[in-house]
Structure formats: structure tokens, C-alpha cells
Design a protein around this ligand. Structure first.
Ligand SMILES: [Zn+2]
Length: 241
């Protein structure tokens, strides 16, 4: 199922990247990219903008570790590289991913494309207006389950990430447990970033012990598609609420 969603995403993006550690082909945008500096240091290409040859990694700590142990970067760049600290490298990518998610939510908020609050999100899903819904990791199990089931039934991509206090900045400073994005383009970018961030987050959590987030956190990987009628994209952003 996840494999099929990845393939779909790859087709849309038009290309795949091969992980230097596990050699699996992944959709472009799902991997993390590393480049080599002139003096042999590995530079995380946090926003996929650095020039030059790149080496790609799955959003999985195991691939970061394997790449470091087997000198996969040296082979990929056909040049000596300094041995990276896999944890530090993964941590930097994860921080960058969360920053990117917050930036996309801020964009949605500014443009009036953010629906905040449990009841508002439920209404938006029912009305087919939600292109993506995001539940805070510390949202109550009851509302999480309610929205997760509703989203699954309506084919709305559902993610669990960030905490209520972190989402407060998109809700007049008040803790926010649930939000939805009606704008299809923003939702697609956010789904893509959340998918790899959650995968990497969970792989780091697995390493730390059996504290992986509850079910539902990776649902987005299997359902990056939108069902239902979406409102037309407004040419003039509405006032941010
Ligand atoms: Zn891999």
C-alpha cells in the first residue's frame, strides 16, 4: 500500500531517486539530499537547492547509519568524504522538515487557507473542503480517533505531527489540536513534507525505545490523494483569521 502511494507520488513528480544506503528507488521529494563540499565534508541539502551532484537517503535513520558505516557517500561521490554522524545528520534534516511544515502552515494561514479547531475540521472534512488534516501529537485520543476515522472514510489525507503548543502560532497563540488545509497545492506540499518528516521522526523514536507514536501517524503515506470537491483557489488571499 505504502509502496503504491510512493509510486503514485513518483509518477506525479516524474522522477525517482535511489537511496545510497538501501538502493531502493524513492519518489523525488521523499528522500533527503546530501552534497559534498570541495574539502570532503557532507552538507545536508536542507531545501534541495545546493548545486552539484547529490546523494539521496530514505527518511529512515537505519539508512543514515548504513550509509555512514559502508562509506556509501564516498562511493556515491567517487571521492573521499568525512564520515558523518548519522544521528546529527538525521536531526538536522528533521528540524529542516518541521521548519518547512511550519512555513507551509504559515503560508496557508496568511492566505486564509487554514481551518482551525476540531469542530471546524470535522465540518470541512464532511463538506469535502479539507485537502489535508493535521492533528497535534498531543491532541486527545478521542478527537484524534474521531477525526482519523472520518478522514479515512472521506479519503482525506490525515497526519499526526507537532504539538498543540507548536500549532498555537496558527491559532492566535492558543493551543491548537486540529487544523485542515483546503488549498490543494499547499496541502500537497505539506503532505509530502509531513510524510518524510514523520517517517524520519518515527525511525528516530524506534531507536530511542518503544515509544513510537500511536497509529495514524503515517496514514498520509498511503493516502496522498484528495477526494471531494475543493473550493476554487482564491486569487486574492482572504484576511488571515
Ligand atoms: Zn534507504
Amino acid at each position: 500500500m505504502a509502496r503504491r502511494a510512493e509510486k503514485r507520488a513518483g509518477r506525479r513528480a516524474g522522477s525517482f531517486r535511489t537511496c545510497v544506503a538501501c538502493r531502493r528507488r524513492r519518489p523525488h521529494g521523499y528522500t533527503y539530499r546530501v552534497v559534498r563540499s570541495a574539502d570532503g565534508q557532507l552538507l545536508p541539502d536542507l531545501f534541495q537547492r545546493l548545486p552539484g551532484r547529490g546523494a539521496h537517503l530514505c527518511p529512515d535513520l537505519a539508512c543514515f547509519v548504513r550509509a555512514a558505516e559502508r562509506n556509501a557517500f564516498g562511493h556515491a561521490f567517487r571521492a573521499p568524504v568525512a564520515r558523518p554522524d548519522p544521528d546529527a545528520l538525521a536531526g538536522r534534516f528533521l528540524d529542516a522538515s518541521w521548519s518547512q511544515c511550519r512555513a507551509l502552515l504559515a503560508t496557508a494561514l496568511r492566505a486564509g487557507w487554514l481551518i482551525a479547531g476540531n469542530d471546524e475540521v470535522v465540518q470541512a472534512i464532511r463538506a469535502g473542503r479539507a485537502a489535508l488534516c493535521l492533528l497535534a501529537e498531543d491532541a486527545s485520543p478521542r478527537s484524534t480517533e474521531r477525526i482519523r476515522k472520518l478522514a479515512a472514510g472521506c479519503g482525506t489525507p490525515f497526519f499526526r505531527a507537532l504539538r498543540k503548543a507548536e500549532l498555537a502560532r496558527f491559532h492566535h497563540g492558543k493551543p491548537l489540536a486540529a487544523c485542515a488545509v483546503p488549498h490543494r497545492g499547499v496541502a500537497r506540499s505539506l503532505a509530502s513534507e509531513l510524510t518524510r518528516a514523520i517517517a524520519l521522526r518515527d525511525s528516530l523514536a524506534d531507536r530511542d525505545g518503544p515509544t513510537a507514536p500511536a497509529d495514524g501517524s503515517t496514514d498520509g503515506l498511503t493516502r496522498i490523494r484528495v477526494r471531494g470537491k475543493l473550493p476554487p483557489t482564491r486569487s486574492k488571499p482572504a484576511q488571515a483569521g
